[in-house]
Each structure stands twice: as C-alpha cells, then as structure tokens.
Design a protein around this ligand. Structure first.
Ligand SMILES: [Zn+2]
Length: 399
C-alpha cells in the first residue's frame, strides 16, 4: 500500500513541476494538433536528481523504495511521450482513492513455486506470492510489472514483448456493429452478447450504492459496503475479461479484415435521457429502470473499449478498420439509400427504396463493412460486395 502512495506522490509532484515549466521557444515540445507546447525541458533525468534530493529531505519518502519511486517518474515520462505523439490526453493527477492504486517494479526477480503459484520480489516488501495466469515463459521474459490494488484485490501485470499476431488467412471480411441490445452484431448475421450483471446483481449493486451515499465517510459500515460492491464488480470484471478475450480471438481467427465504427465510446454513455413508458403515454419508467439502464450502458462502454483494444492487439496492423459511424443504422446495406423511415423498429430494418429487409443490427454491420471497403485504397486485396461474408448477409431474413 505504501508503495502506491509513494508512486502517486512522486508522479503528481513531477507532473506539477512539468506543468508549471514555461521554457523558451526552442525548448518546447510539439504536439501534432495543438502545436508547440511546454513541459519538454524538465525531463526524467532532471527529475530523478530532484527525487534524490527530495528523499534526502523527507524521511517518510526515504523509507520507501527508490526503485518504485523512480519507476513512477518513468511512468510520467511515458505519459508525456504519449501526449506529445498525439496518442493520449495531457496527463492528469492521480487521485488518492480508497479502492485503487498501483506501482511498477523493475528488474524483476521471479521464481516458480509450483504449477499454480509463483513468487516475485517486491522492493522493501520481499517475496510476494502470485497466482500464475499466463505462460511461465512469458512471465520470465517480462522486464517489469505493474502491481495494482483494485476492488480489494492485488493484481500483478507483467509487461512482456507484444504477442504474435493471429492471422486467419481465410480472406473473409466482416463488419461489426456495437449496440446496447446486442453487444456485437456481425454483418454475417451473428449476435454476440457480453456478460452483464444478472437482474439480482443489478438490484443489489444499486441498493449498495444508495446505502453508501448515506454512510459516514471512514466508518466501518461504509468500508463493509465498499467491500461488498467490490465483490460484485470483481465478479463481473472476471466474466467480461474472459468474454473479451474469447470473442476477439474468435474474430481474429475467422476473419482477415474486421470493420468497426470509429465511435467515441464516451458519447454513448453520456445520455441519461428519461425513457417514456410505452404503456402509459406521458409517463416515464420508474427511476430504478433508468438507473439500471445507465449502469448497463456504463458497463458496456468499457467492454467496447476493451474489445477494440484487444482486437487491435491480436490482429495485424491495418486489418481492423474504423469507419465513420454516421447514419450506419439508417442506411440500406443493399442499395445505399439513407432515410429515417428505413428503421422500422429497434430490431427491424426495411429499406423504403428497395425493400431490403434485415435485422437492424446486421444491416448496420454490413453498412460498416461496406464503408470500410470502399474507403480502402485499391489493390488492398479484399473485394467488396462479392465477398462471401457479405453476399450471405444480403439474403439474411429479418430476425
Ligand atoms: Zn435499399
């Protein structure tokens, strides 16, 4: 736990220092979109020296591990490198949280105890047992590891060289639509649901959240409620992780090209509009239903993000295509006609121009695939309309 606090303290103080720095023109870093920026001159080397000074002054910091604290500065450096290359937003301060904290261990020493357990040496703590959840050879090859305390449980994630890409070699292409009703719908007619909390779990989760809001900060009862919430989160987290791994491996093995919407996931989450009750015009569904819907949307949003990240990890570069998501649900996959009237209901798509009918999500997935293929540079080797995946879909009956 102390390591988490120290890492956070060093990270934050380093960030503050870099943010305050106002250098002369030629000292500035350059962001591809925002232009020249500050924060390039103060660097890891200068900050490492200052960390040493700070440790000399602060007893409590000196009591911690210098390895862990230096790793926090490298963390910060990577955050800035990602920012300057346009891959990430400006780094933010790490908040003190009861539930989450992390630190990085370098120059790993690991030892295998038996089939299931290994031991890693954490500075100033000593040998820490961990459950082996990946190939031992990969763990031994790791150069560093991030230790995270989340939902009342410790995790250790080993940083290893990127895994080999999966190459399907089937020449099959597919479009994938992401939705709330069907988590994933493919252009060849498959619907894939992500695991969600059961109705009972949802009720319990929301009840615990309400209880938490009434409880005194720092009280024993509050801690108990937090533990119970953590158990629920953990259970779902494990299920979701398995699902994302399975479904991305499956797609990578089946298709050579996967097209998805380039969707700002967050925009979808930020819409808590009241739902009118279909049976009572003018009335709205009770609050509980809305809270559950909001909870589900938030959970799905995180699944989508992880799905895409893992898919791009597993498939060769340039084979996961992101397309403009506008009007994918209103456009006909057969003739390209785009009209709001095409969408008969949540589930049924029927084109007002050509009469093409399909499950709405399947149609959207086919539109996504079409868009990806038509914006591809010619000679890429994938054909559009005539591909087996798409041809099969055009005759798909409405579900
Ligand atoms: Zn049509």
């Amino acid at each position: 736990m102390e390591h988490c606090h120290h890492a956070r303290f060093v990270f934050n103080i380093g960030l503050e220092q870099r943010s305050m720095w106002r250098p002369s023109k030629h000292d500035r870093g350059t962001h591809p979109e925002l232009g020249p920026l500050d924060a390039a001159r103060v660097n890891t080397a200068t900050q490492m020296r200052e960390l040493a000074q700070l440790r000399a002054e602060l007893d409590w910091l000196r009591a911690g591990s210098s390895v862990v604290q230096q790793a926090a500065l490298r963390d910060l450096d990577r955050a800035f490198a990602n920012f300057f290359s346009g891959r990430a937003k400006y780094p933010t301060f790490k908040r003190r949280s009861e539930r989450e904290g992390s630190f990085v261990v370098r120059d790993l020493t690991v030892r295998r105890l038996n089939r299931k357990w290994g031991v890693v040496t954490v500075p100033k703590v000593g040998a820490v047992r961990f459950r082996i959840s990946r190939l031992w050879a990969e763990i031994e090859a790791a150069s560093s590891a991030r230790v995270t305390h989340r939902n009342g449980r410790w995790h250790i994630a080993f940083t290893t060289p990127a895994a080999a890409k999966i190459i399907a070699g089937t020449a099959a292409v597919v479009g994938v639509d992401r939705g709330v009703k069907n988590t994933l719908a493919t252009s060849d007619g498959r619907m894939i649901q992500a695991p969600a909390m059961s109705a009972g779990e949802q009720t319990r989760f929301l009840a615990l959240q309400r209880r938490l809001a009434r409880q005194q900060k720092g009280s024993a009862r509050r801690a108990q409620t937090l533990d119970r919430l953590a158990v629920l989160r953990r259970r779902l987290e494990d299920r979701r992780t398995n699902w994302v791994e399975q479904v991305t491996t499956d797609l990578a093995r089946t298709y050579d090209v996967v097209a998805v919407e380039d969707l700002r996931v967050r925009n979808m989450v930020r819409r808590p509009a009241p739902k009118p009750d279909p049976d009572q015009p003018g009335a709205f569904l009770p609050n509980g239903a809305r809270a559950k819907a909001a909870l589900n949307r938030a959970i799905l949003a995180s699944v989508w993000g992880r799905f895409l990240t893992r898919l791009e990890h597993k498939m060769p570069e340039g084979t996961v295509l992101r397309v403009d998501p506008r009007n994918t649900s209103r456009t006909c996959a057969a003739c390209g006609h785009c009209a709001p009237g095409n969408r008969e209901s949540q589930a049924v798509f029927e084109c007002v121009a050509c009469g093409h009918a399909a499950h709405a999500d399947t149609n959207a997935a086919a539109v996504i695939l079409d868009r990806a293929l038509s914006t591809q540079a010619p000679g890429h080797g994938v054909s559009g309309r005539g591909s087996p995946a798409l041809a099969g879909n055009a005759n798909q009956p409405a579900a």
